[in-house]
Design a protein around this ligand. Structure first.
Ligand code: TYD
Length: 217
């Protein structure tokens, strides 16, 4: 497989989706074949699993059940979409969440064993590690403020409490410390342009390492 995988992580409302769109445009303008997928979901089966996961009716879903549903959605995404796509020339997959979300939310957040979560993560995504992962670090108070502006109904996960989100954030920070070559922490309180610039800097480095020319014609 010759393609590149870049994942985007962080708590809700941290600005991931905007930045993914910007990077997608930048890459397409330079002739890359880009696939954007969001988790949970991304495939038809995965979207069905997503509906279950975000449905407030399942308030008492056990953390293990939750984790396995996320993993099932991810396994489908890998086999159905990512593996075939990454065979193509100049292929770059941009993932709005990937297995680090499970390590942070189900592991650090819900208290499942990190070791066991990482084990299942590997099982669900054989050989498919991201080359680069951006962690959008946003203080909870700021995320809440942004969410208030959006006024959409709280889904099952967003109804979780502040202590949970703080554990999730710490989970991500631990990953950044553990895998500094792959994980890049971004200050998500910065202006969108500044964040985009920082992302491009890292992506250009990655493309250079893979000897892929990123200069537009
Ligand atoms: P979504 O509405 O897509 O949130 P966001 O825009 O922040 O990505 O909902 C995804 C939710 O699922 C989000 O709260 C994080 C959670 N999640 C996990 O708990 N574990 C996982 O493995 C994944 C992929 C997501």
């Amino acid at each position: 497989m010759s393609g590149i995988v870049i994942s985007f992580e962080g708590i809700d409302a941290s600005g991931k989706t905007t930045q993914i769109g910007r990077l997608e445009t930048w890459l397409r303008e330079r002739g890359f074949d880009v696939l954007v997928r969001r988790e949970p979901g991304g495939t038809e089966l995965g979207e069905r699993i997503r509906e279950i996961l975000l449905d407030p009716r399942w308030r008492v879903m056990h953390p293990r059940t939750e984790f396995l549903l996320y993993s099932a959605s991810r396994a489908q995404l890998v086999e159905e979409d990512l593996v075939p796509f990454l065979q193509r020339e100049k292929a770059i997959a941009l993932l709005d969440r990937y297995y680090d979300s499970s390590t942070a939310y189900q592991g650090a957040g819900r208290g499942l064993s990190i070791k066991e979560v990482e084990h299942v993560n590997r099982f669900a995504t054989p050989e498919l590690r991201p080359h680069l992962t951006f962690f959008f670090d946003l203080p909870l108070t700021e995320a809440r403020k942004r969410k208030g502006l959006q006024s959409r109904e709280m889904d099952r996960l967003e109804a979780s409490n502040d202590a949970f989100y703080e554990r999730v954030r710490q989970g991500y920070l631990t990953l950044c410390a553990k895998e500094p070559d792959r994980m890049v922490r971004l200050d998500a309180t910065l202006a969108a342009d500044a964040i985009a610039e920082r992302i491009l800097e890292e992506v250009k480095k990655l493309l250079n390492n893979h000897r892929l020319d990123w200069r537009a014609d």
